[in-house]
Design a protein around this ligand. Structure first.
Ligand code: MN
Length: 243
């Protein structure tokens, strides 16, 4: 199982979650929302586990933590993975748009200078702007659009630009999202939980809830669940050997 976008450090008991993830032999990309959280969050992942910790600055926090870009630059060479980054165009965050763009552009330029990273990207109500920023920095690395909710046209553009996508059980509940997902090339998809933010039923999503997304993907692709699992693992292998 693969959870390519989880916030392990934001669960009430991260240590227990990590134990469970390790015993299930899951591959997890653990997000951080601020550069100052990266070191501590990296330490939660046990050495030898299949957990990797991404260095991020969440767009919803960009205006508060713009001063931590110095730390971001300082840590960047120590990781291959960057996230959560991106832009958020929802009404609550639109008034900090200028700072969001400044932070995102800074991060993409830094990733480009450092040889390119694998990046998990937030694009809520901002898919077009995210794609524009990415097209200005084609050497920033491999963009993985997490929980993509853009338009049909934006999806096609993203595919054309080489973006990957991570999809979760909460996202796949929506018919519109399932339709979008059916148009994404299968070899560019990974699963994610976005836990604990995303909900599954009445609960916060757990990393292992990605199995629900895998089974939904199997139904969209009209293949057995074991085949979908194998395809997703092969995608992950391709992605991490891409650079
Ligand atoms: Mn997230």
């Amino acid at each position: 199982m693969i959870d390519f976008h989880a916030h392990l450090d934001l669960y009430p008991d991260p240590v227990r979650i990590v134990q469970e993830v390790v015993s299930r032999q899951m591959y997890v990309l653990s997000m951080t929302t601020t550069p100052s959280a990266w070191l501590g969050t990296s330490l939660i992942a046990k050495p030898g586990s299949r957990i990797r910790t991404a260095l991020g600055l969440h767009p919803q926090l960009a205006h508060l933590r713009i001063g931590e870009l110095v730390l971001f630059d300082q840590y960047l060479d120590q990781t291959e993975f960057v996230g959560e980054i991106g832009l958020d165009g929802a009404p609550d965050f639109k008034n900090h748009w200028k700072q969001q763009v400044q932070v995102f552009e800074h991060i993409l330029a830094a990733c480009s200078r450092s040889g390119g990273k694998t990046m998990s990207i937030h694009s809520r109500k901002a898919a077009g702007a995210v794609l524009n920023c990415l097209s200005v920095q084609p050497d920033a690395g491999i963009p993985i659009l997490h929980w993509f909710t853009g338009s049909q046209k934006e999806l096609q553009k993203a595919i054309q630009m080489g973006c990957w996508f991570s999809v979760g059980p909460a996202m796949l509940k929506s018919k519109k999202s399932r339709e979008l997902v059916s148009q994404i090339p299968r070899e560019r998809i990974l699963t994610e939980s976005d836990g604990p933010f995303a909900q599954v039923g009445n609960n916060n999503a757990m990393p292992w809830d990605v199995q629900l997304a895998t089974s939904e993907l199997a139904s969209i692709w009209q293949v057995e669940e074991s085949k979908a699992n194998a395809l997703l693992l092969s995608n992950l292998r391709t992605l991490v050997t891409k650079k």
